[in-house]
Write a protein that binds this ligand. Structure first.
Ligand code: CU
Ligand code: ZN
Length: 183
């Protein structure tokens, strides 16, 4: 009788585990080696740009070029929690992408929103070019950034103020999607 109970219990646990695995597979985010966000201006602004995200062994390489910004200034640069740029001021993209429940910070802080990419620095022509590897980002797995939005702000992110670094209104918004590898 005891053996029968144990085997029934094992069979039951086995089925439960298999079901859990299936659920995880169904809800796994999109996975890719390369993603792209095309930045469109919010109402009253005239910025444009492209951000390329490439998966590397060290993390995700972020290459951004954004033009139409004020000269020689810093602009908050984040991934936001919804891939939704519908609102004319991009507030539809919600707050910062923060699946790990951390406070706002800078890109090299251990405690930060995953979406905290710091600032875009512009040159004398108002063009920002940046190229760095973020060790905490991923294009795969449950914290994949694919499907969310990149926002460029009017003001500098002070990397400290909660919850969004006091970076001001949103000047541009772009959804992170799977990139065409042949383009
Ligand atoms: Cu932001
Ligand atoms: Zn943040």
């Amino acid at each position: 009788m005891r053996i029968l109970l144990v085997s029934l219990l094992s069979a039951f646990l086995f089925i439960a585990c298999v079901q859990e695995e299936t659920v995880e597979e169904i809800y796994k985010g999109p996975e890719t080696d390369k993603a792209v966000a095309v930045i469109h201006p919010t109402e009253g602004n005239d910025i444009s740009g492209v951000v390329i995200f490439t998966q590397t062994d060290e993390g995700v390489r972020v290459e951004a070029t954004v033009s139409g910004l004020p000269a020689e200034s810093l602009h908050g640069f984040h991934i936001h929690e919804y891939g939704d740029c519908r609102a004319s001021d991009a507030t539809s993209a919600g707050g910062h992408f923060n699946p790990t429940g951390m406070p706002h910070g800078g890109p090299t802080d251990a405690e930060r929103h995953l979406g905290d990419l710091g600032n875009l620095p512009t040159d004398e022509d108002g063009v920002a070019t940046i190229d760095f590897v973020d060790e905490q980002l991923s294009l795969r797995g449950e914290h994949s950034i694919v499907g969310y939005a990149v926002i460029v702000h009017e003001d500098r992110d002070d990397l400290v103020s909660q919850p969004v670094g006091d970076a001001g209104p949103r000047k541009g918004c772009g959804v992170i999607g799977v990139a065409n590898p042949d383009y």
